[in-house]
Design a protein around this ligand. Structure first.
Ligand code: KG4
Ligand code: ZN
Length: 350
């Protein structure tokens, strides 16, 4: 089974063709993050416009690359015909995300599925991120697992009992971990996206020069909150003579401490067999190292290029949670709870 996965929830326009949910035949990602680095954050309309401009070339390239992987060098003009003959289904992110961006992927995928007469699977981006761990070419992770999905759009702790059996244990009450990195970076005058910039600056700083809060670390549940941390960083930066690199290091440590502490709590409570990192923030080295060191079960982290948004994990999710839906019923939307209920195929309690 070959699935074309399409992802346009934010500032990446991505398409990939995946075989049997695990083998990457192609994986093309175009990012408009350069445009957003000029403004220090994403302006939704600009992101959506970039999606419109790139979606067709990106899908076309994913098709040509997949054909190449299978030893067939085809001309661009034959991409459509090849896809019709060689792809079994189309999977697309239905949400959550920026609605203008989502619409581009959803409506394009619907059109392709209709023209190619293929099934279409709507995918909940938040749940799909973890499938980057099924694309690594090594043994699949052991289930049940605790999943920590941390990105610019979401910070969620999930219990994954099996494919199609996710329980949302907790999530952020305000800013996501990615936003905490991005907003702090903006305050420190670092580039967008903030995560890699903070990580780089932090490597030159001392995390102990200033004590930042660890929001909700002892709250006894699995909820997260990062907006207070951002405010504390801004206050510290304004009041004290502290180097930006030290502030970056302290911010990174505060975010990682909270995430690791909550994840360890979930591992202990649910007695799982592994812990899986997902989402753009999973690219953070301190988070990876700290979790690997402290977790009592094996930690799985995808390679960095699969952590950030791509079509590969969308297609992999669709393979392991195969639920074709009439295109008429698929709508782009941004409310996670409603999406999980509609398309998530899970036993979410919240
Ligand atoms: O998964 P992703 O590409 O898009 C969303 O679904 O949001 O995640 C993007 C987020 C951004 O907030 C970015 O700053 C963060 O992931 N990120 C990192 C690192 N690389 C990307 N955060 C911390 N450390 C990193 N190395
Ligand atoms: Zn994402």
């Amino acid at each position: 089974m070959r699935i074309l996965g399409v992802e346009t929830s934010c500032d990446e326009t991505a398409a990939a063709i995946i075989e049997e949910g695990t083998k990457i035949l192609s994986n093309v990602v175009a990012s408009s993050s350069k445009i957003h680095s000029e403004t220090g954050g994403i302006i939704p309309e600009r992101a959506a416009r970039a999606q419109v401009e790139t979606i067709i070339p990106v899908i076309e390239m994913a098709i040509l690359d997949a054909a190449k992987s299978l030893g067939q060098n085809i001309r661009r003009g034959l991409a459509n015909k090849w896809a019709k003959q060689n792809i079994d289904a189309v999977a697309v992110t239905a949400g959550p995300g920026l609605i203008g961006s989502l619409l581009v992927g959803v409506e394009t995928s619907k059109a392709l599925a209709c023209v190619w007469k293929k099934p279409i699977i709507p995918v909940v981006h938040t749940l799909a991120h973890v499938y980057a761990n099924w694309l690594t070419g090594i043994q699949p992770p052991k289930l049940p697992a605790i999943v920590l999905t941390v990105s610019g759009g979401h910070s969620d702790l999930l219990l994954m009992r099996n494919h199609g059996d996710f329980e949302l244990l907790g999530g952020t009450r305000d800013d996501t971990a990615g936003e905490a990195f991005d907003k702090t970076a903006r305050f420190l005058g670092l580039s967008y996206p903030g995560g890699p910039a903070i990580q780089k600056a932090a490597s030159l700083g001392n995390p102990n020069r200033i004590k930042l809060p660890r929001p909700l670390i002892n709250s006894g549940d699995f909820d997260l909150s990062f907006s207070g941390l951002k405010t504390a960083v801004i206050r510290a930066g304004e009041q004290k003579k502290i180097r930006n690199v030290d502030l970056a290091a302290a911010t990174q440590s505060a975010i990682c401490d909270v995430l690791v502490s909550k994840t360890l709590r979930a591992i202990r409570k649910f007695n799982v067999r592994s812990v899986l990192l997902a989402g753009g923030v999973a690219a953070n080295q301190q988070l990876r190292d700290s979790l690997e060191k402290k977790a009592p079960v094996p930690t799985r982290t995808p390679p960095i290029d699969l952590c950030t948004d791509n079509g590969a994990f969308i297609a992999s999710y669709a393979f392991f949670n195969y639920q074709p839906t009439s295109w008429r019923k698929i709508r782009a939307e941004s409310d996670t709870h409603s999406l999980i209920k509609k398309y998530g195929n899970n036993k979410n309690k919240s």
